[in-house]
Design a protein around this ligand. Sequence first.
Ligand code: ASP
Length: 292
Amino acid sequence: MQHLIDISDLSNKQIDVILRDATTFKTKRPIQLLQDKLLIALFFEDSTRTRSSFEIAAKKLGAAVVHLDPSTSSTNKGETLEDTFANLCAMQPDGVIIRHAQNDIPRQLADMEMTSVINAGAGNYAHPTQALLDLFTIMEHFNGDIKGKTVGIVGDIISSRVASSAIRLFERMGLNVILIAPKPFMPQSDLVQYENLDEALEHLDVIMSLRAQLERHQTPVFEDYQEYAKHYCITKERMQNREILILHPGPVMHNIDISDEMLQDPRCKVLEQVTNGVYIRMAVLKLLMLDA
Ligand code: ASP
């Protein structure tokens, strides 16, 4: 039984297969490969893109998806997550897609070895399908020639599961990663770090802008995000004519993470990431449900 809790669960060969299958799914109408499969989605944190993307991916391949809304589940009657999970597994799904605020929950459930567990975002620890879709978008942009290209991750890196998984995947695939953030958003890391975005720009081929993860801050880190935006917002003024691919996992804080003008700029591929997310998740589901 294979799980996807983080990138380390995938071999290089499997990553290649996912990227190849995603390209095929993007170019050809997919066949109903997962027609007899059933997935349960269990989202303990809010989601727009990831949740609908998994559901669309599953449905495009013919699988059925059942969503359990944790806010109306027996968790409210004191049932433990392990019990809830075991009961859902007793209905014999082929996989459970889970998002949770705690870093270790998806791995704990996977270790019960009752069904294939797919992490759709865990705390600030991992968001593997986001990392894969970001890699896919970068590969598409550079026609596969990504070795040695430099990605600058900008923003609330310390609280971001997107950044955590991306750093692990990108380094493994031969990309350079630079961290750009004010001190309170900068994690402990051996990677090259910049506090000043303007100084870092000349080294970058890709910018991954991140939202301040306000829901994970115990106390407000910055009083005034307009002030933060002056230093870290991706604006036309700052970018000028630089050929840098701009990514963001969403939701974008308009004019704080990226300016409205830059969101319309052809260098900004935020919606292309969302499109690619469906194909990557189709490829992930195929790998876990059929190939593995
Ligand atoms: N949607 C991404 C996540 O779930 C990024 C974000 O929320 O800022 O981690």
